[in-house]
Design a protein around this ligand. Structure first.
Ligand SMILES: NC(=O)c1ccc[n+]([C@@H]2O[C@H](COP(=O)([O-])OP(=O)(O)OC[C@H]3O[C@@H](n4cnc5c(N)ncnc54)[C@H](OP(=O)(O)O)[C@@H]3O)[C@@H](O)[C@H]2O)c1
Length: 312
């Protein structure tokens, strides 16, 4: 039996197994194995730069505990994600000690330059914002982050001003704003109208599609990249399908699990750049990366997914 690289990746066996089963070292010459794996994943383009990034990342809201055994699990999760070609990691200074875990893990694995690191600033004043961001860079152990976001729009006017300076200085590559609440959509839309943003981050999932009414179409029209938080509705989507077999049509979009159906639904929206499901489990990270492989739902299939979910 010949196993394709996709089969191996889905089994979580990674690049080493690919070569052992017959990829052949010669095929890999000149390019790292990880790069070859990354090239197979679905990528989307950041409109403000044209840079392409893999369409699923990891949200690190739960990387909080200081138990050393837990950090081992966190490290294995990031390692599995990195090995399969994943890049985007989203953290925040308010996620307990998530940024410190991230800093140690990046150093231990030696993978800082492979990753696209997003964090946030959540202060109102200028000085307080600068201090908060400098502390984030220290904890992550980096001179720059790829994306700095104004968390829940807090102090957005002041922080965006600082961020423009930081971008010039190369301390952030992209800037943006976040929310995960419908109540902030009006304000978010007003900021999107008047400010030049590289990214917005907003909640969107099969269980809560309201961002698709206005925010996502606006992001597309204004050429702003999007990070999507809560793609599993904080895990509620799994509760909704508990005990439900995966429908036959899942095969038509190359989804092997409900998680992959949920993520393929999100990343097939034309305004979505990257979904950032939260996970602290290596097996879940592999499962989620699997949603960046194979086919994505077209509009009729997206409607079928919605109907199936709504009928549960
Ligand atoms: N305003 C903001 O800026 C804002 C607000 C909220 C969230 N966020 C960002 O968005 C990220 C995602 O949100 P979230 O983590 O709260 O919610 P989520 O991604 O909707 O759901 C996370 C839940 O799904 C589970 N899960 C993940 N992959 C799975 C899989 N393949 N199979 C089964 N279960 C799976 C996780 O458990 P395991 O850990 O066991 O995998 C966790 O319980 C956050 O981590 C954060 O980075 C930003």
């Amino acid at each position: 039996m010949t196993l394709s690289r996709r089969d191996l990746l889905r089994l979580g066996l990674g690049a080493g197994a690919f070569l052992a089963v017959g990829g052949g070292a010669g095929r890999a010459s000149g390019r790292g194995l990880r790069e070859i794996q990354e090239a197979d994943l679905i990528h989307h383009t950041i409109p403000s730069s044209g840079e392409r990034i893999p369409a699923i990342g990891i949200g690190m809201r739960n990387y909080r505990t200081e138990w050393i055994e837990e950090e081992g699990r966190y490290r294995r999760t990031i390692e599995a994600f990195h090995e399969m070609g994943g890049r985007v990691l989203d953290t925040a200074p308010s996620y307990g000690d998530s940024e410190s875990h991230l800093g140690r893990i990046l150093e231990e694995l030696g993978v800082r330059e492979d990753m696209f690191i997003a964090t946030k600033v959540d202060r109102r004043g200028r000085e307080a914002g600068v201090e908060r961001m400098e502390a984030s860079l220290d904890r992550i152990g980096t001179d720059y982050v790829d994306l700095m976001q104004v968390h829940n729009l807090r102090g957005w006017e002041t922080q965006l001003e600082t961020l423009r300076d930081w971008k010039e200085e190369g301390r952030v590559r992209y800037l943006g704003i976040t929310t995960s609440s419908d109540r902030q959509y009006d304000q978010m839309a007003r900021i999107m109208e008047r400010e030049e943003l590289d990214f917005i981050q907003v909640d969107y999932s099969l269980g809560d599609r309201s961002a698709a009414d206005r925010i996502l179409p606006m992001a597309r029209e204004r050429e702003i990249a999007t990070l999507i938080n809560l793609p599993f509705g904080r895990g509620e989507l799994f509760e909704a399908v508990e005990g439900e077999p995966l429908p036959d049509w899942a095969g038509e979009i190359d989804a092997d699990t409900w998680a992959q159906v949920f993520l393929k639904y999100v990343i097939s929206h034309p305004a979505v750049t990257v979904a950032i499901p939260g996970t602290t489990e290596p097996g879940h990270a592999r499962d989620n990366v699997g949603a960046m492989m194979g086919r994505l739902p077209d509009p009729p299939m997206r409607r079928k997914i919605e109907e199936t979910y709504d009928a549960l």
